[in-house]
Ligand binder design. Sequence first.
Ligand SMILES: [Zn+2]
Length: 460
Amino acid sequence: MPILRPLALALVVCLQFPPPAVDVPTRDAPAWLAPYREPASRLIGEAVASDAAWQRLAYLGDTFGHRLSGSPNLKAAIKWAVEEMKRDGLENVHTEPVKVPHWVRGKESLEITGAIPQPLVMLGLGNSIGTPAAGIEAELVVVRNFEELDAARERVKGRIVMFNVPFTTYGETVRFRALGPSRVGVLGGVAMLIRAVGPAGLRTPHTGALQYTEGQPQIPAAAVSHEDAARLQRMVDRGTNVRLKLMMEARFLPDADSFNVVGEIRGRELPNEVVVIGGHFDSWDVGTGASDDGGGCVATWEALRLMKKLNIRPRRTVRVVLWTNEENGGRGGTAYRDRHLGDLANHVMMLESDSGVFRPTGFGFSGTEATRAKVKDIATLLAGIQADQIGPNGGGADIGPSVQQAGIPAMSLEAEGNYFLIHHTEADTVDKIDPLDIARASAAIAVMTYVVAEMPQRIR
Ligand SMILES: [Zn+2]
């Protein structure tokens, strides 16, 4: 049955990488989209026919490792990104200077003291102060929330307090990481620990920034893995008097020079009107920041590379920005706003990808209802790759300052995947990302960006 063989082969190939010129469904599609259907199809086809985005992301992590603000890694990665963008043929490729905080972790450890010390798996929280060189040794108090902390206030002075908070949502749980240290410090506690903010992993603690409350005592703070938090909880529940020794060399060095990286495809008719897309190029100093947020950087950058490769030059300028210092300062986003203050009225849309490049489902959107209706129409072009959902709450930490300043419509890539499992951990590496997922993410961003930049009327 010779006819069946090629068909079966084609099916196998389709499952991995659909061939170029992916079908863009026409049913129920608004008529105004007709001129964009063919370029959209080419963009999607080109994106999913190769693993270029994944390979670039892998190269980034393999070569430079993590990219914490102030690190030589980030500096070298920025230099590479500029060269690569030029090699892609992007235009107006340049850097914009940003002074960034320079926090370093140094050596750190946590152990249960005793005749046979028991080391625990921990990660100091970003922006934490360190301990004295000899470390801090104290008795452990375990609480599950701020109410229990207040109830235990008489027992906190001179002790190490651990928040053993079950992970619900990131937003709900992260406040203990951010605000816990000062809440404990003000009661006289000497250090704060938190059960790592994320779903249960395989003994992978999650770092992330803390926020000391101004004018209150600062104490060192660290995350412990779920397994270790559970162990400590069991020991305390058993009535064991647990003593811990925490050692952290964490400290701030003077602010460092860093840069936002910018590349463009200049608009053919309205070059001063800009659609901005991007992610943050810095990461925590664990893993290789593949998912947070190398993937968002590469997927948005890839959208421009695809347009360039296919000779698609939209009416307006499309700009990719790789912001610096999202994780422990947010200074890249504010520097962008300040530098482009006079120009923000001409930003017709801003899009950030910082929720991982797992299987894309569509976008979050914030803006007027009229703009939302247009965005929803455009998303129908992405039905073929199942990335056509438009949800509430578009935005991102780096586009936030500009968006708020000038009321710019804001979008974020939405994806389905276990983002928070590897978030801010040593496990945030490229092997967790499927090449086809990041290809689809690039395709979705490319199509949305292209149409917004091309449509005759401004979308805002
Ligand atoms: Zn991020």
